[in-house]
Design a protein around this ligand. Structure first.
Ligand code: ATP
Ligand code: MG
Length: 301
């Protein structure tokens, strides 16, 4: 197949591994910077150019769209979808996953476990908002935060109040969660491809830290999931409509709780910790879908 990878940086580990996995399997692959893709929107005449050349004949695209280019990146992806190019993660699914509040609402509606979460807008409501959450400790999270930055543990309600006031002063969006103490500074990243968990790792925070992010000094090891965890990860990806997803879970007394579903999960940490060929699993899944679509199209002739 002819495969495009939408990525701002062809030198990133994840991008390079996907290119390598595709080439090893005999596919043609190109890395395209989404910000250099431009398009014509016209009934029956969608067109996309890349650095002066028409983009045609792509069978599939792997979107690796960073948070900072979500809007333009998903517009490029949507154009490719309309031109009949297969993507494991549709533009709408990526947008769903990027919106943390929406993501939590959709998962909770399906009965998928989450840390209890509250959010609100007006400072006059903060005390009642925290009462809706329950007793501290609380975890306060900036919506735009990533890699553990902007995730704060408040041991007392007065601390929660001050942090929330400070965030509000900066016009930052945030949500507040119950603190899952029994997770003991660890979370589990499940890499889901096509409704299967292809690799899983447990990230443990360093001593004195509750955030397990590798960027905050956490360490990662391969982990065996139990049936409940496997099912939760698969369901969370399915609810958001993602065929490639990184689902982060906390192990709690009441079972696995979803922290986040990532639509462009990195490959370096998970391949390093587990030794699995995750890039290969992604490419093989896409290849299977493209072949299936071709078979169906042939039969319809
Ligand atoms: N409610 C919670 N209870 C206990 N620990 C938590 C809770 N929320 C987050 N943590 C810990 O803090 C870490 C960082 O939180 P989280 O993953 O939500 O934010 P992030 O990594 O900055 O953002 P994102 O994963 O959305 O890019 C988690 O990996 C987990 O170890
Ligand atoms: Mg995280």
């Amino acid at each position: 197949m002819k495969l495009a990878i939408l990525s701002r940086n062809s030198k990133l580990y994840s991008t390079q591994r996907l290119v390598e996995a595709a080439r090893v399997r005999g596919h043609t692959v190109r890395v395209l910077d989404p910000l250099r893709c431009y398009m014509r929107i016209e009934p029956g005449a969608f067109s996309m150019h890349y650095k002066g050349r028409e983009m045609s004949d792509y069978d599939a695209v792997i979107p690796r769209i960073g948070a900072s280019v979500t809007f333009y990146g998903t517009a490029v992806l949507r154009q490719l979808e309309m031109m009949g190019v297969y993507t494991p993660n549709a533009s709408d699914a990526i947008l769903r996953a990027r919106d943390k509040l929406r993501c939590h609402q959709l998962l909770a509606r399906e009965g998928i476990g989450l840390p209890r979460t509250v959010f609100g807008d007006n400072p006059d409501d903060t005390a009642d908002l925290l009462a809706m959450l329950g007793r501290p400790p609380h975890v306060i999270k900036l919506n735009e935060g990533t890699q553990g930055a902007g995730v704060i543990l408040a041991e007392r309600a007065s601390a929660s109040q001050s942090v929330i006031e400070a965030f509000r002063g900066l016009y930052a969006n945030f949500l507040v969660q119950e603190f899952i103490a029994e997770a003991k500074g660890a979370d589990v990243r499940c890499f889901v491809v096509g409704g299967r968990v292809v690799a899983a790792m447990r990230r443990q925070a360093r001593r004195g830290e509750f955030r397990s992010n590798l960027h905050r000094g956490g360490t990662a090891k391969a982990v065996e999931l139990d049936a409940d965890e496997t099912e939760t990860a698969i369901r969370a990806a399915r609810v958001l409509g993602l065929n490639v997803a990184g689902v982060d879970l906390l192990r709690s007394r009441r079972g696995p709780l979803v922290l986040e579903v990532n639509s462009s999960p990195g490959l370096e940490g998970i391949e390093g910790a587990t030794g699995e060929d995750v890039a290969g699993a992604v490419v093989d899944y896409i290849d299977g879908r493209v072949r299936r679509a071709r078979r169906i199209a042939r039969r319809a002739l």
